[in-house]
Write a protein that binds this ligand. Structure first.
Ligand code: NAD
Length: 276
């Protein structure tokens, strides 16, 4: 992918920027944090799993990047505010928010526990809202030139932001909801330099997906191999999983993109499973 954010100097436009990536102790979030750090961004690895966040930050630092681990439950307003304010105080502001933390719970609607429904919506939707609300004042803040600092907010959606699958009522509802939040923010933030997108991967082999394979096999009464070949990859053009790097490169491209010519969009990264 050609980087639009790299000028003739070869320097990325995200170099020296400050990013918060939630759920970055594992999987897709970790790869995004690593990719942004390769672009020279200072990255806060925000996760429920503090030890995991610290380990990712240490890996990035060992590779020559700049990162810090940050304990954060994205459903806890006080923890979110304290975390984001702390990063801004330490590094002088916030330029990039990647709201990525997420879990999966599968069950048919009539068996879906209300507590599980609320937990899913809290992590995916409340977490996106709370982190956005905390980060925006730093992006809207005006510099000495009277211009807002600006920034980019990326939400981790899914092909399930556009499609439904059985057993995933809460996930599909939450991932569709992110489109509404992002499109509203695109309109509110446009004149204040804030751009936003929903990135929508197909299936990516992470702990979140590995956990679902036996669960779906049990619920659907098919083998684990069939869950992979039919349920997860059956709609792709080539039967191949999307990778964490595919998603991370897309996020980097969007953060480097220089204007609101691209804002309020969703980008499906799925080997052709759902084309919009
Ligand atoms: P993962 O399980 O590897 O990582 C998720 C991370 O989120 C973990 O480190 C976990 O500790 C953290 N987390 C969970 N609850 C949290 C909370 N309340 N506060 C802070 N952190 C919390 O999962 P992944 O596959 O990398 O998923 C990341 C995102 O990508 C999720 O939003 C998921 O819905 C989305 N997604 C994943 C796939 C896929 O196939 N893996 C596809 C589309 C979208």
């Amino acid at each position: 992918m050609v980087s639009t954010g790299t000028g003739s100097s070869g320097k990325s436009s995200i170099e020296g920027k400050v990013a918060v990536v939630t759920g970055a102790a594992s999987g897709i979030g970790k790869a995004i944090a690593q990719e942004l750090a390769r672009g020279g961004t200072i990255v806060a690895i925000a996760d429920l799993n503090q030890a995991g966040a610290d380990a990712v930050a240490a890996e990035i630092t060992a590779a020559g990047g700049h990162a810090v681990g940050l304990a954060m439950d994205v459903t806890d307003e006080d923890a979110v505010n304290a975390g984001i304010n702390g990063v801004a105080a330490q590094f002088g502001g916030i330029d990039i928010l990647v709201s990525n933390a997420g879990i999966q719970i599968v069950n048919p609607v009539e068996q879906f526990a209300y507590a599980d429904w609320k937990k899913m919506l809290a992590i995916h939707l409340d977490g996106a809202f709370l982190t956005t609300k905390a980060a925006l004042p730093y992006m809207y803040a005006e510099g000495a030139d009277g211009k807002p600092r600006g920034g980019t907010v990326i939400y981790m959606g899914s092909v399930h932001s556009h499609l439904a699958s059985p057993l995933k009522s809460a996930y599909v509802t939450a991932k569709h909801g992110l489109l509404g939040l992002s499109r509203t923010l695109a309109k509110e933030g446009g004149k204040r330099g804030v751009r936003t997108h929903v990135v929508c991967p197909g299936f990516v082999r992470t702990p979140l997906v590995d956990k679902q394979i036996p669960e779906q096999a049990r619920e659907l009464g098919i083998s684990e191999e069939e869950v992979v070949s039919r349920v997860m990859l059956g709609g792709t053009v080539d039967g191949i999983f999307t990778t964490v790097e595919d998603v991370a490169q897309t996020v980097r491209f969007l953060t480097e993109f220089p204007s609101a010519a691209l804002t309020g969009q969703s980008f499906v990264i799925s080997h052709g499973w759902h084309m919009q």
